[in-house]
Design a binder for this molecule. Structure first.
Ligand code: AVJ
Length: 312
């Protein structure tokens, strides 16, 4: 039977984003297929992109202190499993705990399980963040507390009001005594940010363009990746890096599995990601609005990154 609404979520979201009358958009969640995850790993090793190393440095330097600030023997759940390297030292400091990485990508979960099985009792959960958190919470033993990890400044991808709603959503799944360790990239000189997101090697450009490649592969589309370019700007009014894909020509793209033909003008952009940068007082406001109290904060001054421990 003909249905104007594609049944698959990716197809529906692509369709919704590319049919917006003003600014075309695509959700940054879809960067991370197998190629995109590999490209992100490469970004994390770039000299210009200090974010991931700063995150790891703070955790490394303060793992014992962080572990000491949460009740003993917690069930640990991580939103977005990443590759697991950052989490390793923290898990070691916590002693052998149950660890539930939560991710929509089976490839990311597998890599993380491989990395962390030696130091924790790993239970991967393939789900969206809040669904996964609900599942993880159902595994806790009576009286056991929970420590949720949300690292890498992924919170920065949310619009500010969505970030607050998301933290509140986490808080609703938790109980008094539970904790959330939140990683946030701090505001820093614009030139440093532009270098990090528009690196001279072109890895971030490839990461951005791969989103169109993924749409080609999974939705049978015919995007010509050579007719788009990576565009990065810093929007100071809202303290965020914006990544776009700018069309180099007037073109028409067919996306059969999204039931869509879309016209894109030369110079027109598709907004693919926002990465908000935080001031310390904004982290405090966010924590409070999400229903948490701040119980500790560790900062990497070299790059400008904060790890904040929030308590319910
Ligand atoms: C994984 C969301 C933290 O915002 O810096 C890196 C993603 N995008 N380079 C970020 C990203 C372009 C990254 N996060």
């Amino acid at each position: 039977m003909y249905s104007p609404v594609p049944d698959n979520l990716f197809a529906r979201e692509v369709r919704a984003g590319l049919t917006r009358p003003d600014q075309k958009t695509l959700p940054c969640r879809y960067f991370y297929d197998e190629i995109g995850s590999a490209l992100f790993e490469a970004i994390a090793s770039l000299p210009e992109y200090g974010l991931t190393r700063a995150d790891a440095r703070v955790i490394d330097a303060h793992a014992g202190e962080i572990a000491g600030a949460v009740p003993a023997g917690p069930l640990v759940a991580e939103l977005g499993s990443g590759s697991g390297t950052k989490t390793r030292r923290l898990l070691e400091a916590l002693g052998r705990v149950r660890y539930c990485p939560i991710d929509v990508s089976p490839a990311a979960l597998a890599a993380c399980a491989r990395e962390l099985t030696p130091v924790a009792d790993v239970h991967p959960i393939e789900a969206s963040y809040l669904d996964g958190l609900r599942q993880a919470a159902s595994h806790r033993c009576p009286g056991q507390t929970m420590l949720v990890l949300f690292l890498g400044s992924t919170i920065g991808n949310f619009e500010p009001e969505d970030a607050t709603a998301f933290l509140y959503g986490i808080q609703r799944e938790l109980a008094p005594g539970d904790a959330l360790l939140l990683g946030t990239d701090l505001v820093k000189p614009v030139a440093k940010l532009l270098d990090a997101y528009d690196d001279p090697t072109g890895v971030t450009a490839a990461f951005n363009l791969n989103l169109l490649g993924r749409i080609n592969r999974e939705l049978d589309a015919d995007f010509d990746l050579r007719r788009f370019e990576h565009l990065v700007r810093y929007n100071g009014a809202v303290q965020r890096i914006e990544m776009h894909l700018r069309s180099l020509a007037n073109q028409c793209v067919h996306i059969p599995k999204a039931d869509l033909t879309v016209r894109i003008q030369a110079g027109e952009t598709i907004h693919t990601e926002s990465c908000h940068k935080f001031r310390l007082e904004q982290i405090a406001d966010l924590a409070r609005a999400g229903g948490f109290q701040i119980n500790g904060q560790w900062i990497d001054r070299a790059w400008g990154f904060a790890e904040t421990l929030l308590l319910v």
